[in-house]
Design a protein around this ligand. Structure first.
Ligand SMILES: [Fe+2]
Ligand SMILES: [Fe+2]
Length: 149
């Protein structure tokens, strides 16, 4: 796999995540404007967004972290790997809150808005810095290094 392929796969997932963010934010708007029927859909869309982001982290850990170790240096790869660990902890916490019976929908909407902001910033940083187009596009297969934790 080349770094170009890694970039393409990650950008496709970011695109799908942005659609999920837009769906969730549209539901937040409806709920905040008094449409209480949106509460159930918001829980489902929120859960789907959290799960999609969790799957994205797994995929990035599989293909992006080791690639970064090669094209950007081990320190940058390890930093991003640590950030993914923190993001997984946050997701676990947020998913746990979704399962609370009677959890207020407006509170959930506020949490999802903060989460959406965080995910947008995260993707922008990855795209502008980690996935920069001037990174080398050579194959990454030949590089054998100790795994990045
Ligand atoms: Fe990431
Ligand atoms: Fe990402």
């Amino acid at each position: 796999m080349s770094f170009r392929q890694v970039r393409r796969e990650i950008l496709e997932e970011h695109c799908a995540l942005r659609l999920g963010l837009a769906n969730v934010e549209a539901l937040c708007n409806r709920l905040e404007h008094g449409d209480e029927r949106s509460a159930h859909a918001l829980v489902n869309c929120g859960r789907a967004l959290y799960e999609r982001f969790a799957a994205h982290l797994v995929h990035e850990d599989q293909i992006l972290i080791s690639a970064l170790g090669v094209v950007a240096g081990r320190a940058i790869a390890e930093k991003r790997s640590a950030e993914h660990r923190e993001q997984r902890e946050l997701l676990e916490y947020l998913l746990g809150r979704l399962d609370r019976p009677g959890y207020p929908a407006l509170l959930l909407a506020r949490e999802l808005r903060h989460f959406a902001e965080l995910v947008r910033e995260d993707m922008q940083e990855e795209e502008e810095f980690l996935l920069r187009r001037d990174r080398p596009v050579r194959s990454l297969d030949s590089v054998k290094e100790a795994p990045i934790k």
